[in-house]
Write a new protein. Structure first.
Length: 135
């Protein structure tokens, strides 16, 4: 897999600044709003039952692929390895969580996936959904 990457340094607001912005924005659409900054719950416990207990302090956001792999033509030859992406982002023992295109090679058609992988513990979970079009 060939990866071409661009690193972008982004502004990291303080928790209080972020809380204020979220609260102000929500108040534009909702009558009663209260926003608090709290400790992240243990994501490995119920009801979450994820492969890691939290996101950690060295959060990396990776956008891989994109609509260009679907339009105007589906690029079925494109395959992405989550562990290789983590190595490329210089965080090989990462916890990975997020949506993406599912493994069409396994499912047999276009599908969506939510990945939940902890490469520090070798735990990998995922959910895959497909749409059935009735004609």
């Amino acid at each position: 897999m060939f990866l071409e990457a661009t690193t972008i340094d982004i502004l990291k607001p303080s928790n209080d600044e972020l809380r204020t912005i979220i609260e102000k924005t929500l108040k534009k659409n909702f009558k009663n709003v209260e926003v608090d900054v709290t400790t992240c719950p243990d994501l490995s416990a119920a009801p979450f039952s994820m492969t890691s207990n939290g996101f950690g302090r060295k959060l990396v956001i990776a956008e891989v692929g994109g609509p260009g792999n679907l339009f105007p033509v589906i690029h079925k030859e494109k395959e992405f390895d989550l562990q290789e992406i983590c190595r490329h982002c210089q965080v090989p023992s990462s916890f990975v969580f997020g949506p993406g295109a599912g493994p069409w090679q396994v499912v047999g058609r276009n599908c969506e996936m939510v990945a939940d992988a902890n490469f520090a513990t070798s735990k990998v979970c995922y959910s895959i959904s497909t749409s059935i079009v009735s004609r």
